[in-house]
Design a protein around this ligand. Structure first.
Ligand code: GLC
Ligand code: CA
Length: 574
C-alpha cells in the first residue's frame, strides 16, 4: 500500500456549493458556510473535496456557465473566503479540487462579449462561428445535448455560434492556441494558490468534427429529452444511450482531446504535491497510457441502471477493469449533481434504506477511488418539485415549454419536468431538524425548497449521535477502508459468480498479504453462501448485523436480507 498515491487512498466528496451551507443567511450556500462544516467533513472521514463551480456565473447552468475563471461568485463570498476554506481544508488533512469547465464559457464572459461584437474582433475565432446554410438556417442539423439546435443565430454579425449545451454556453474554439493559453493561465492561478487538482467538466465535447457533417439519427428531440433523466429499464436505457450517442457522434469523443489532456497533465506535473485530474466521461481512453492523461475517469456505466444487482456489478467490473490501461486506477461513484440520488436511484420502493446501505458498502469496497455526493451520507433523497416556479434547472424549464408546445398538458409537462430536473438532487443539505433543515436561518427562502424529510431523521444532527444512523454507517465504513490495506489497495477477484442474490469478491493486497472477503446480500431473502476457498473461516471486520469480531465459517455463511459482511481471511504475510 505504501506505493499508493494520495488520490488512490482517498475518498472524494463532492460539495455542491450552492446547497451545502448558507453562512450569511441569504438562502444560498457559500464559503463561510462551507468553512464552518469542515470539522463535520473531517469527522465523516473523507479525504478530498471536489467543489462544483464556485466561479462568477449568470447561472444559466448553475455555475457551469463561467464568466470569470479566476474569481469567486459574489453570492459564495470573496477570494479571501475561498483561501480560508482552502487553508482550513488543508489544515485538516483534506485536499480541494475545483471544477474546470473547458468546453464552453458563459455568453457573458468578456471573451464571448468581445467575440460576438464584430466579425473582425481579435477574439472572434475564440468561439465557433459559422455562416448560415444557403436557406438561412443553421449550418447543420446538430443538436444541443440540452434540447434544440446546437446553433444560435447572432443577428448583429449574421452568423451562428455553436453550443453543445445551453445557448448561454457558447463552445470555445480549442483549435485556437490563444484559447489554450488563456485557460492554462487560469489553471495556473489556482494551482499556484495550492488547489490540489480539478474535476474536468464534459471533456468529450471539447472538439467537434471539423467537417461539420449532418448526423443521420432518427431519435426525436422529445424522446431524447424524456429519456434523458427518466427511470427506464437498463435495456431501454442502453438502447437509448446508443441512439443518443449516434446522434451526437460528430460532436464528441474526438482524438484531439487526448493531446489536450496530455498537455494539461504535463502542466499539472510541473507542480509539486501530486495534483490530480478527474474526468467527467465514461471513456477509459482518457487515462491515456495510464500515466500521461487523467489520473481518474469516472466509472459512470456502473450507475447507469435502476437496480444494482450482483450480475450488473460483476459485468461492470469485469468490463471496466479489463479495459483499463496498465497502472490506471479505477474511480467509482453512484451519484452527483446531475443524477438521481443514490437512495432514490436504486431502491425498490420497499427496502430503500437497506438497499442504500448495501450500495454504499459496494461503493466503498470496490477497487478504486470512491466519490461521494453531499447528502448521500445521511440518506438524502430526491425531491419531486410540484410547481413550475420552483424549477431552477433550465434543462427542465426548457423541457416543460417544449412539452407544452408539443400539446402535452401543463400538469403532465410539470410531472415530466419534476422527474427529470437536476434540481431534485440539488436541494439544500439537511443539517438539523430545524426550520430550513438548519441550512439557512428560519424564515429565509432557500434557492431550492428544502426536502421536508429533514423532520423525519434525514439530517446530520439527529444522526450524529445515533450509532445505527446512515451517517455513522458511512463513518464506520470510511474508517474501516482507511485502516484496511486490502480494501484500499487490493485487487478485485469475484467469487461465487453464479450467485443471483448476493455479490461476493475478494480484495487481495500483495504488499501487506491481507485478503478480505466482501459479501453483499442484494436481496430481501435469507441466503446461505457456500465458499470453497483455501481459507475455512474469516474474521468479521464489518457487519450490518452486529457480527464484528466473530469468526464466520465460509462453508455455510448465513446472510440475512441485505446483509453486509466484510471479513478478513489473512492478516499480514504468511
Ligand atoms: C457537466 C456538468 C453539468 C453541466 C454540463 C455542462 O455535465 O456536470 O452539470 O450542465 O457539464 O457544463
Ligand atoms: Ca449565503
Amino acid at each position: 500500500m505504501a506505493h499508493l498515491r494520495w488520490w488512490q487512498r482517498a475518498t472524494f466528496y463532492q460539495i455542491y456549493p450552492r446547497s451545502f451551507a448558507d453562512g450569511n443567511g441569504d438562502g444560498i450556500g457559500d464559503f463561510v458556510g462551507m468553512l464552518a462544516k469542515l470539522d463535520y467533513l473531517q469527522s465523516l472521514g473523507v479525504d478530498a473535496l471536489w467543489l462544483s463551480p464556485h466561479f462568477p456565473s449568470p447561472n444559466a447552468d448553475m455555475g457551469y456557465d463561467v464568466s470569470d475563471y479566476t474569481g469567486v461568485a459574489p453570492e459564495y463570498g470573496t477570494l479571501d473566503d475561498f483561501r480560508r476554506f482552502l487553508d482550513g481544508a488543508h489544515a485538516r488533512g483534506m485536499r480541494v479540487l475545483l471544477d474546470l469547465v473547458l468546453n464552453h464559457t458563459s455568453e457573458q464572459h468578456p471573451w464571448f462579449v468581445e467575440s460576438r461584437s464584430s466579425r473582425d474582433n481579435p477574439k472572434r475565432d475564440w468561439y465557433v462561428w459559422r455562416d448560415p446554410a444557403p436557406d438561412g438556417g443553421p449550418p447543420n442539423n446538430w443538436n444541443s445535448a440540452f434540447g434544440g439546435s446546437a446553433w444560435e443565430f447572432d443577428p448583429p454579425t449574421g452568423q451562428y455560434y455553436y453550443h453543445f449545451f445551453f445557448k448561454q454556453q457558447p463552445d470555445l474554439n480549442w483549435r485556437n492556441p490563444e484559447v489554450k493559453q488563456a485557460m492554462w493561465q487560469a489553471v495556473r492561478f489556482w494551482l499556484d494558490m495550492g488547489v490540489d487538482g480539478f474535476r474536468l467538466d464534459a471533456i468529450g465535447t471539447i472538439f467537434e468534427d471539423p467537417a461539420y457533417p449532418n448526423h443521420t439519427s432518427k431519435l426525436s428531440q422529445i424522446e431524447m429529452l424524456r429519456a434523458w433523466r427518466e427511470n427506464r429499464s437498463p435495456e431501454e436505457q442502453q438502447a437509448l444511450m446508443a441512439e443518443f450517442m449516434d446522434m451526437f457522434k460528430h460532436q464528441f469523443g474526438r482524438p484531439e482531446v487526448h493531446d489536450l489532456m496530455k498537455e494539461l497533465r504535463a502542466l499539472l506535473d510541473e507542480y509539486p504535491g501530486d495534483r490530480v485530474l478527474i474526468g467527467e466521461d465514461d471513456d477509459v481512453a482518457y487515462y491515456g497510457n495510464g500515466d500521461d492523461e487523467l489520473h481518474l475517469v469516472f466509472n459512470f456505466p456502473l450507475m447507469r441502471t435502476n437496480r444494482l444487482t450482483p450480475a450488473w456489478v460483476r459485468a461492470n467490473q469485469a468490463e471496466r477493469l479489463s479495459k483499463l490501461p496498465p497502472g490506471a486506477w479505477p474511480c467509482n461513484t453512484l451519484g452527483n449533481h446531475d443524477s438521481t440520488r443514490l437512495w432514490s436511484a436504486f431502491g425498490d420502493g420497499q427496502h430503500d434504506a437497506e438497499i442504500a446501505r448495501v450500495n454504499a458498502a459496494l461503493l466503498l469496497t470496490l477497487r478504486g477511488t470512491p466519490v461521494l455526493y453531499n447528502g448521500e451520507e445521511i440518506g438524502m433523497t430526491d425531491l419531486l418539485l410540484e410547481r413550475f416556479d420552483q424549477l431552477r434547472d433550465n434543462q427542465a424549464i426548457n423541457l416543460y415549454h417544449f412539452a407544452v408546445g408539443e400539446g402535452i398538458s401543463p400538469d403532465e409537462a410539470m410531472r415530466m419536468a419534476a422527474r427529470m430536473t437536476r434540481d431534485r438532487c440539488r436541494t439544500p443539505m439537511q443539517w438539523a431538524n430545524a426550520p430550513n433543515a438548519g441550512f439557512s436561518p428560519p424564515g429565509v427562502q432557500t434557492w431550492l425548497p428544502v426536502n421536508p424529510n429533514y423532520a423525519q431523521g434525514v439530517n446530520v444532527a439527529d444522526q450524529d449521535g445515533d450509532p445505527n444512523s446512515m451517517l455513522n454507517f458511512y463513518r464506520r465504513l470510511l474508517a474501516l477502508r482507511k485502516r484496511t490495506p486490502a480494501l484500499m489497495a487490493g485487487d478485485y477477484v469475484p467469487v461465487n459468480e453464479e450467485a443471483q442474490d448476493y455479490l461476493a469478491f475478494l480484495r487481495r493486497d500483495e504488499d501487506s498479504g491481507q485478503i478480505c472477503l466482501v459479501v453483499l446480500n442484494m436481496s430481501a431473502q435469507f441466503r446461505e453462501a457456500r465458499f470453497t476457498l483455501p481459507w475455512p473461516s474469516a474474521r468479521c471486520l464489518f457487519s450490518s448485523h452486529g457480527h464484528e469480531g466473530e469468526t464466520a465459517h465460509l462453508s455455510a455463511l448465513r446472510l440475512a436480507p441485505f446483509e453486509i459482511f466484510i471479513g478478513e481471511l489473512t492478516h499480514g504475510r504468511a
